[in-house]
Unconditional design. Structure first.
Length: 540
């Protein structure tokens, strides 16, 4: 049960945050409108009870839901109610934006009243209580009290105890070779006697710690890239406080460009590859566009991992991005100085409540289990803030869909035009990604001026990144063509077994310069090693 809960949570985890939260006033108004319109078209619910599907939902996997008449009747009644609530927005004659917001709220209601969320309606919890003579209920009560006191009244998702930075997670050998107020740059120790000349710099999302790409031995993309002869550097962002409210996209792009220059200087290389992950891909796109506008050709390749740049493609990022919600988010961010990562993570959990709330409610409180010890979830719970300046710029970018409209966004005096980015790009999407759906990522690949390679990985937003070799379920799709329509690309794509990691590293190798001997020491005279990886900022 515990491992199943963890696996479900991983693909629903925050990753790149949506930046715009649901506006409660708009959502309630939209739901009221849908309900009023629906009442004008009454239907007999009993007619819909026939043929209700009671299978395929992991909440009701226990055999009692099929064999016990009491539970079977309760489940059938719940299924009718659930289907009616969730279908109301589709049948009420309202505009799509109102229907979508009403669908969200009614889904929350339907999920909350599931019988499995109460002890008497959960046969597995009842059996466990009998088998343990009530000890599971005592443990569940203890977990509940602990979460009320220390976790904002939300069920804890992970046991963080087994995970220590630099020891069990974020532990690929390296050193901090550059530090500013905004970031630390980590250079990783080469693992091969021969390396590629052009270094590779990873730009992580600002709302999460960087080490999702250096998660644990055997599960680290950075470790894997180093083992394949790449000279890898990674940015570790400082966790900003209210005093850093003015850090905007210009500041982050400036700092990214300096990090690229430091890596190039240490490696004594003519150019550098750059990897942007999730929201870090937004910063990367802005940086390479500004460099291209200045005629700077020292970027050799650009990789974008689960990054949505075209706001016209449906995604969680802008699910609630109405003009009113965006304006409200800007006012709130400017007033408070930062977008608080912990608060946003709690709000985001309610976008996927069955995976991120109710499954833990059952596991922790009704069954009396401790939350799982899982490295991805430990990373996901290691929240960071987003400074108001950067948050506002992200909102402005997507409100104007500036990446898809050249010149619509001015970055410190330089209009952004991705068509000027002539380097080759590698763009990754994930088939089950609910945050940046693969079609939104595919749209990103059509924006650049150079040759683009789009790859669709199996699994969800985070699992696509933590995708080491050896998983028999891993698959990815490739298609050298890039038609305007994502479905046309899919129709012509070929499935490959295994992880996209090696496919990407093969692509990267021919764009990383010639081979040279690996450096004997980290850093250089101008940029000496300051402290061992993972550095100080990741601990803040």
């Amino acid at each position: 049960m515990t491992s199943d809960v963890a696996e479900r949570a991983v693909d629903a985890a925050l990753g790149a945050n949506p930046f715009v939260r649901a506006d409660p006033t708009e959502t309630l108004a939209a739901t009221a409108k849908v309900m009023a319109r629906a009442l004008l078209r009454p239907r007999a619910l009993w007619r819909n009870a026939r043929g209700v599907d009671v299978d395929g939902d992991r909440r009701f996997a226990d055999a009692s839901w099929r064999t016990n008449p009491f539970f079977r009747s309760w489940l059938r009644a719940y299924r009718v109610l659930e289907r009616e609530l969730k279908s109301l927005p589709d049948e009420a004659p309202v505009e799509e934006h109102a229907a979508d917001r009403a669908r969200f709220l009614l889904s929350l209601v339907a999920d909350a009243v599931a019988p499995t969320n109460v002890l008497v309606g959960n046969p597995a919890a009842l059996r466990r209580a009998r088998a343990t003579r009530g000890r599971s209920l005592v443990a569940g009560a203890r977990n509940l009290v602990g979460d009320l006191r220390h976790n904002g009244a939300m069920p804890s998702m992970v046991d963080k105890e087994p995970f220590t930075l630099g020891e069990t997670i974020a532990c690929t050998p390296g050193a901090v070779v550059h530090r500013t107020d905004v970031l630390e740059l980590i250079q990783y120790q080469p693992a091969t006697p021969i390396v590629r000349r052009c270094p590779l710099v990873v730009v992580p999302p600002q709302i999460n710690k960087y080490y999702v790409l250096d998660l644990a031995p055997g599960r680290s993309l950075i470790e894997h890239a180093v083992a394949r002869g790449q000279q890898v550097y990674a940015i570790s962002w400082r966790n900003p406080g209210v005093e850093h409210r003015d850090w905007d996209l210009v500041r982050y792009v400036d700092e990214t460009e300096r990090a690229l220059a430091v890596a190039r200087s240490i490696a004594r290389a003519p150019s550098v590859g750059v990897v942007g992950a999730c929201a870090g891909g937004i910063t990367t796109a802005a940086a390479v566009a500004r460099l291209a506008a200045r005629g700077d050709s020292r970027v050799a390749s650009a990789t974008f991992l689960v990054t949505a740049l075209d706001a016209s493609s449906p995604s969680t990022l802008m699910r609630f991005g109405t003009d009113r919600a965006v304006a409200r988010a800007i006012r709130r961010s400017r007033k408070r100085g930062v977008l608080e990562g912990e608060e946003l993570a709690r709000a985001f959990a309610w976008l996927r409540p069955n995976d991120l709330v109710w499954s833990y409610w059952v596991n922790n409180y009704l069954l009396g289990n401790d939350p799982p010890a899982y490295d991805v979830l430990a990373w996901n719970a290691d929240n960071t803030n987003l400074p108001a300046g950067l948050h506002v710029d992200f909102l402005r970018l997507f409100a104007a869909n500036a990446f898809a409209h050249p010149g619509a966004f001015d970055l410190g005096g330089t209009p952004i035009d991705l068509r000027q980015v002539a380097v080759d790009s590698y763009v990754l999407g994930a088939s089950a990604d609910h945050i940046t759906p693969w079609k939104a990522c595919y749209a990103s690949s059509l924006l650049f001026g150079g040759e683009a390679q789009f790859v669709r990985s199996s699994s969800g937003h985070i699992q696509a990144l933590v995708n080491p070799p050896g998983n028999p379920r891993s698959r990815f799709l490739t298609n050298p063509a890039l038609p305007a329509d994502a479905d046309a690309w899919l129709a012509g794509a070929d499935e490959q077994e295994g992880t996209w990691w090696d496919h990407w590293l093969d692509w990267l190798a021919v764009r990383s310069g010639d081979e040279r001997r690996a450096p004997r020491r980290l850093g250089s005279t101008s940029h000496p090693a300051l402290e061992p990886a993972p550095g100080s900022y990741v601990r803040g």
